[in-house]
Design a protein around this ligand. Structure first.
Ligand code: F6R
Length: 608
């Protein structure tokens, strides 16, 4: 959602903070700001909109100093204006605070602080923290922050500096990620490792309830009672190239084109062709524990929820375990039936999505075993689950999820294969599945080669007002995902439906101005979807059909075809999603939309 960077050391803080903010801009980009201490002088600069606007403000009015904090915002309380941009300052301007998360009792605190004479200058919940720290300040900044946090309800990752204690950054975490970067005689703070990777690979992940104090000489981690805590230094394994565009126009395009590699990475060392099964080291479950699973609940949000729907079908089909999928935001507030023999799979690229995390905690509370399918190593879900399968897709920077989706489906297939082979699946069928999986990277590469054809289709339909995406079986979730990709980056209204459901309402929308994307590879329900294609044609809708290379039945029946290689049914959505991603990308591009940073969105939704 929002991003935090901090620096303390021998160098000028502003260039380090601004370059860190640029790395985090994908997390929120409606305003940004910095606060820098130069001795006892504390100054801030802020700008609405992109970080380039903040750079303009800094160029017009230079800031010097070797201690600073910075923030890029995704608005929750108050519109994205300069006045609401972080850092926020206390009434006496001695304290500056940046904050990710939501302060739930902000209104009450605001009333109390106003009665005590504090002057509010923004509409944000964050500002209350700055005034509260001023109000409670006695000896040191960390004591004042601790006292303030005792009065605050909600979620936060915060960083605070003060002209009253100028050689220090104090930070705290409760429900919003934060880490310390340990450099050589310098220390960093960030909500996401990519912000500081240019300076150090050594990081200390903070846990909920942790508070830390950074000085030019070192760092200390403690709890809210000031009791010191030991946290180990971990090493980031990926490098800067992974978070750069590498010659592509957009991160999204780079990430789409990385998929032969990322799908390979998701399977590396895990697929056992000979036995037709998989080896998944991080599950933390014995053979017997896996056999004891009575039912599976998969919970996630957005694109990850779409991969969950595919996982449900795979697990039921090849492992015969009753499985249900639920939006994490719904699951967390229901009274779901969960037993100690329930396995709850949570899927999240970021590992930080607030609803998914809360759903996982709720499932745990009710006695379920939890398994996280997560991309970001060291993220909260990855650290709190009972076991997991890392996606190994590398950092996903484009706000629209692409490579994480295909890796999620691969991870689900690996898991379903393992469960299946323990239960009902023969080695012969297991091998067929494993061999088909091994083909995927090469097949994805061949689909990417057809990007120019998809670009032409995007050109034809870029001015459409609406799109319909239809699929059946394994490709109904692919249709949902295709529609989500298009709407989130091109702002064209798009809906995904099971193809046969069209007759129950959406067919009323079909006329010559409606492009309908059919996800129709040659699978068990292919003949059925051909009838749906005919129904659209009969009403003069435009048909764009993703189908298999070896499928002759559609000739003369469709307006545009995109061919993908043949694979087994359960893997078809992986291949079909590649052209769907490309269609969304090129359509958005041709409409002049900001592909990597679509309006109103941000990567990693850490608020509910
Ligand atoms: C869409 C997209 C979102 C995310 C959703 C969950 O392209 O990226 O719908 O899938 O916000 O995020 P994670 O997977 O990080 O939990």
């Amino acid at each position: 959602m929002c991003g935090i960077v901090g620096y303390i050391g021998p160098k000028q803080a502003v260039p380090i903070l601004v370059s860190g903010l640029k790395r985090l801009e994908y997390r929120g980009y409606d305003s940004a700001g910095v606060a820098v201490l130069d001795g006892a002088s504390l100054e801030t600069r802020r700008g609405a909109g992109k970080i380039t606007n903040l750079e303009g403000a800094l160029a017009a009015n230079l800031l010097t100093g070797k201690v600073g904090i910075a923030h890029t915002r995704w608005a929750t309380h108050g519109p994205p204006t300069e006045r609401n941009a972080h850092p926020h300052r206390s009434t006496d301007e001695t304290i500056a605070v940046v904050h990710n998360g939501i302060i739930e009792n902000a209104d009450l605190l605001r009333r109390q602080l106003t009665a005590l004479g504090h002057t509010f200058r923004s509409d944000t919940d964050t500002e209350t923290i700055a005034h509260l720290i001023q109000e409670l300040y006695e000896e040191s900044l960390e004591e004042a922050v601790i006292a303030a946090l005792r009065k605050v309800e909600g979620t936060f990752g915060i960083a605070v500096v003060s002209s009253r204690d100028p050689e220090k950054i104090v930070a705290a975490r409760q429900g919003s990620p934060l880490l310390i970067g340990v450099g050589d005689g310098e220390y960093f703070l960030a909500s996401d490792a990519s912000a500081i990777l240019a300076h150090t690979r050594n990081v200390v992940y903070l846990d909920d309830g942790d508070l830390c104090v950074l000085t030019p000489d070192g760092y200390r981690v403690m709890d809210i009672h000031s009791t010191p805590i030991r946290r180990s230094v971990e090493r980031i394994e990926w490098d800067l190239a992974a978070i750069e565009r590498g010659g592509y126009d957009h991160f999204m395009l780079k990430e789409i084109f990385e998929q032969p590699q990322t799908v390979e990475n998701a399977m590396r060392g895990r697929l056992i062709l000979e036995d037709g099964t998989s080896k998944l080291g991080g599950l933390n479950m014995s053979h017997d524990e896996l056999l004891n699973i009575d039912n599976v609940i998969i919970t996630a949000c957005g694109t990850s929820w779409h991969s969950a729907l595919i996982g449900e079908m795979m697990i039921e089909e090849i492992a015969r375990i009753p499985t249900e999928v639920e939006y994490a935001s719904e699951f967390r507030y229901r009274n779901p039936i969960v037993t100690p023999r329930t396995l709850c799979i949570v899927i999240s690229q970021s590992g930080e999505t607030a609803d998914t995390l809360a759903a996982m905690r709720e499932a745990k509370r009710r006695g379920a075993r939890t398994l996280g399918l997560v991309n970001v190593v060291g993220s909260t879900i990855a650290r709190e689950d009972d076991g997991g399968i890392y996606l190994h897709a590398g950092p996903e920077i484009g706000v629209a999820s692409t490579k994480a989706f295909t890796s999620q489906v691969v991870a689900l297939a690996l898991f379903a294969l393992k469960l299946g082979r323990q239960r009902t699946l023969s080695v012969i069928v297991g091998r067929e599945i494993a061999e088909a999986m091994a083909e995927l990277p090469k097949q994805i590469q061949s689909i990417l080669d057809s990007a120019p054809l998809i670009e032409k289709i995007a050109e034809t339909y870029k001015d459409s007002q609406n799109f319909l995406y239809l699929g059946r079986g394994y490709n109904f979730p692919a249709a949902l995902e295709g529609a989500l990709k298009l709407k989130e980056i091109s702002y064209i209204h798009a809906e995904g439906y099971p193809a046969a459901e069209m007759k129950h309402g959406p067919i009323a929308l079909i006329d010559e101005s409606m492009p309908v994307v059919f996800v129709a590879p040659h699978d068990a329900v292919f003949e059925k979807i051909v009838s749906n294609i005919q129904e659209v044609r009969a009403r003069h809708g435009k048909t764009i059909v993703i189908t298999s290379q070896d499928e002759p039945a559609l000739e003369g029946l469709i307006d545009h075809e995109i061919r993908v290689p043949h694979t087994i049914d359960m893997l078809t959505p992986i291949l079909a999603s590649i052209p769907l991603q490309l269609l969304a990308y090129y359509t958005a591009l041709k409409r002049g939309a900001n592909v990597d940073q679509p309006r109103n969105l941000a990567k990693s939704v850490t608020v509910e």
